[in-house]
Design a protein around this ligand. Structure first.
Ligand code: GDP
Length: 431
C-alpha cells in the first residue's frame, strides 16, 4: 500500500478491536516516515513482538520501534502522562532511542487521576465494561469544554486555577455517585508540576507536523486504537468507547483535512472477538469458542480479561467497510483456524420477521439477531510459514476469497503468526 510512491494511510480496526492492528502498523511502519496515533487513551494496548521481546504500547505509536520513524500523539488522543513517560523510559531501557522522534499535540487532553476515580465510580452503576482508566471522563470533560490540555502545562499558573476547579467538581460528582474516594488538589498539582518540564518540550502543533509531512510527499501512517464497532457514533452504542475510532476520526484526531488521506486499511481477524459487555452475534460460547481463545491467546493485552470469541461476521465487516471507506483489508490470525475441520462464516442475520443484512442502530436488536452461516471446509494444516498466497492450502485461499467477496473489499495483507515476518502481502497495487 505504501509501495507505489507516497501517501497517507489510515489503519483501522474493522471489528470490535484487538484485530492485530499493532502488528500491521509495525509491519507498515517500516516503510513509513511518520506514524500518528489519532484517538483513544491508554486503554488500548498494541502488542508487538520483535524477536523474543514483547512490547505493549498504550500511548506511544508502535512506529517508535523503527529507527528514524517520527511518532506523533495527535490532538484526538487523551494522554495519560504517567503511562506515556513510563513507556518512554521502558523503551530507553531496551535501547530504543526516541530523541527527537516523538511529538505530542499541544491540543491533546490530559487524563488525570480524578478521571480514573470518576470512571471507577460510574462503572459501578453503568457497567459498560470500561477499563477504568479515566478515558471516558476525560473525553466527557473535553466535550464539556472543561478539559486540561497539554498546552495548559505551558502556563502552570493558569493550569493551577483550572485544576482547583476541576478537582472540586470531581469531588462533588464522586459524592453524588456515592463514592467514598476523593481527589486531592495538592497531589494533582504536584503531578502537573512534575510533568510539565518533561511534557512541554515534546509538545507541538502536531497537525502542522502531519500536514507538512503529507504535503512534502512523505509516507504517513495514521493508526487507530480499538475497532470500528466501538466508535462512539458508529459502534454498538452504548457499549462503545468515547471517541471516533473510524477513518473520519483519523482526519480530525491527527489534525489534517480528509482530502489528505489516500488509503484506508481495515484490519480484521479471520474470526471475531470482543471484550466487555454488549452483543456479539457470532459468539461461540462452547468448546469451539474456548479453542479460539486458547489458540489465539485471546486475553486483553492490558487488562488480561478473557475475550469473547466467535466466527467471522461479514455483516460487521461490510458495515465497517462502509463507515470507514475501506480501500483494503488485512486479515490477521489466519493460523488460529489451522486446526478446525469446518469454519462457519456469518453471511448475514435473521430476525423473526425477516432478514437483516445491515447493522441495526439498536443494540437490543443486535442482541436478538440470529446469524446465518455458510460453513466452509478447514485446511487442517499449519499456515505459519506461508509468505505468499500460493503457499497457503487451497481451503485457506478459498476462505480468504469468501471473506473478500462478502466484505466487498480486496484483501491486501494476510497475517499468519505473531512474528513480524509472518505476513503475506497480496500483490495488486494500491488498496
Ligand atoms: P491490536 O490492539 O489490534 O494490535 O490487537 P492486540 O495487540 O490486542 O492483539 C493482537 C494479538 O494477536 C497480539 O498478541 C499479536 O501478537 C497477535 N497477533 C497478531 N497477528 C497475529 C497472527 O496473524 N497470528 C497470531 N497467532 N497472532 C497474531
Amino acid at each position: 500500500m505504501f509501495d507505489a510512491g507516497t501517501g497517507c494511510l489510515v489503519v483501522v480496526g474493522a471489528q470490535w478491536g484487538d484485530e492485530g492492528k499493532g502488528k500491521l502498523v509495525d509491519v507498515l511502519a517500516e516503510r513509513a516516515d511518520v506514524v500518528v496515533r489519532y484517538q483513544g487513551g491508554a486503554n488500548a494496548g498494541h502488542t508487538v513482538v520483535i524477536g523474543d521481546s514483547q512490547f505493549i504500547l498504550r500511548q506511544i505509536p508502535s512506529g517508535i520501534l523503527h529507527p528514524g520513524v517520527v511518532c506523533v500523539v495527535g490532538n484526538g488522543v487523551v494522554l495519560e502522562p504517567e503511562t506515556f513517560f513510563g513507556e518512554l523510559d521502558e523503551l530507553a531501557k531496551r535501547g530504543i532511542d526516541t530523541t527527537g522522534r516523538i511529538w505530542v499535540s499541544d491540543r491533546a487532553h490530559l487524563v488525570l487521576p480524578y478521571h480514573k476515580l470518576l470512571d471507577l465510580a460510574s462503572e459501578k452503576s453503568q457497567k459498560l465494561g470500561t477499563t477504568g482508566r479515566g478515558i471516558g471522563p476525560a473525553y466527557e470533560d473535553k466535550y464539556g469544554r472543561r478539559g486540561i490540555r497539554v498546552t495548559d502545562l505551558r502556563r502552570l499558573e493558569c493550569a493551577r486555577a483550572m485544576l482547583a476547579e476541576r478537582v472540586e467538581r470531581a469531588n462533588r460528582l464522586l459524592e453524588l455517585m456515592g463514592s467514598v474516594e476523593r481527589a486531592s488538589f495538592e497531589e494533582h498539582l504536584a503531578l502537573l508540576e512534575r510533568l510539565a518540564p518533561r511534557l512541554v518540550p515534546l509538545s507541538a502543533d502536531a497537525g502542522l507536523i502531519v500536514h507538512r509531512a503529507v504535503r512534502e510527499g512523505r509516507r504517513v501512517l495514521l493508526e487507530g486504537a480499538q475497532g470500528s464497532l466501538l466508535d462512539v457514533d458508529h459502534g454498538t452504542y452504548p457499549y462503545v468507547t468515547s471517541s471516533n475510532t473510524t477513518a473520519g476520526g483519523a482526519a480530525v484526531g491527527a489534525g489534517i483535512g480528509p482530502t489528505l488521506i489516500h488509503h484506508v486499511l481495515g484490519v480484521v481477524k479471520a474470526y471475531t472477538t470482543r471484550v466487555g459487555n454488549g452483543p456479539l452475534p457470532t459468539e461461540a460460547p462452547g468448546p469451539e469458542g474456548e479453542q479460539l481463545r486458547q489458540l489465539g491467546g485471546e486475553f486483553g493485552a492490558v487488562t488480561g480479561r478473557p475475550r469473547r470469541c466467535g466466527w467471522f461476521d461479514a455483516t460487521v465487516v461490510r458495515y465497517a467497510a462502509r463507515v470507514n471507506g475501506l480501500t483494503g483489508l488485512a486479515v490477521t490470525k489466519l493460523d488460529v483456524l489451522d486446526s478446525f475441520a469446518e469454519i462457519p462464516v456469518c453471511i448475514g442475520y435473521s430476525l423473526p420477521d425477516g432478514l437483516c443484512d445491515e447493522m441495526p442502530a439498536e443494540v437490543e436488536l443486535l442482541g436478538q439477531v440470529r446469524p446465518r452461516y455458510d460453513v466452509l471446509p478447514g485446511w487442517q494444516r499449519p499456515t505459519g510459514s506461508a509468505r505468499r498466497l500460493s503457499e497457503l492450502p487451497d481451503e485457506a485461499r478459498a476462505y480468504l476469497d469468501r471473506l473478500e467477496a462478502l466484505s466487498g473489499v480486496p484483501v491486501r495483507y494476510v497475517s499468519v503468526g505473531t512474528r513480524r515476518d509472518q505476513i503475506i502481502e497480496v500483490a495488486g497495487g494500491e488498496g
